[in-house]
Design a protein around this ligand. Sequence first.
Ligand code: ADE
Length: 229
Amino acid sequence: MRFDIITTLPRLLDSPFGDSILKRAIQKQRVEVHVHDLRQYATDKHRTTDDYAFGGGAGMVMLIEPIDRCIQKLKSERPYDDVIYMSPDGELFNQRMANELSLRQNLILLCGHYKGVDERVREHLITKEISIGDYVLSGGELAAAVVADAVIRLLPGVLSDETSALTDSFQDNLLAPPVYTRPANYCGWPVPDILLSGHQAKIEAWRHEKAVERTRQRRPGLLDGVKTD
Ligand code: ADE
């Protein structure tokens, strides 16, 4: 799988892909992540990527021309499954969407800034808009990193124990059950006996019960349509 991320602030994306699981996924060639500096696609000597809005109003608007040039160059090199604009107006990102995106080959993520992009970018160049939540970030870069992270960890061979992504919260519309590790008793706070029993079937039943209980308490909406017994 390959991500091409278009941004005016490429350095913001150094750290998310330069550490830990995502770094290793790139090193192991499970995924390619290419960050493109939109300024390189600006045509004037100041490398302008935004301008005042027609009709007035506060905030700058990102120009269509550099964005179009960058997207067309990428599209001339390979086909893309989706050209995604990161925006608080987009479809709300969730685990189902991450699962779907993990089946794609090539994705472009466009990071917006200021008051957003010229509307014609959305009308003609974008195939999907994603929001990571009902709040406004300073730009789409952190949102793009969130989406890429949630997708990349699902790719085969990225997590050392491949089952661990399958048992994540949300994968079965349930939050994850509680987990414990050493010591079995910390200052009089014990680990539930069942987890030390060695009885795997009972442990799995307990975990399911706890997952349902936690989901009912914290996110009851997730339980619609889930078998709870
Ligand atoms: N850009 C700014 N805010 C955003 C959000 N909530 N989700 C995705 N992209 C954004």
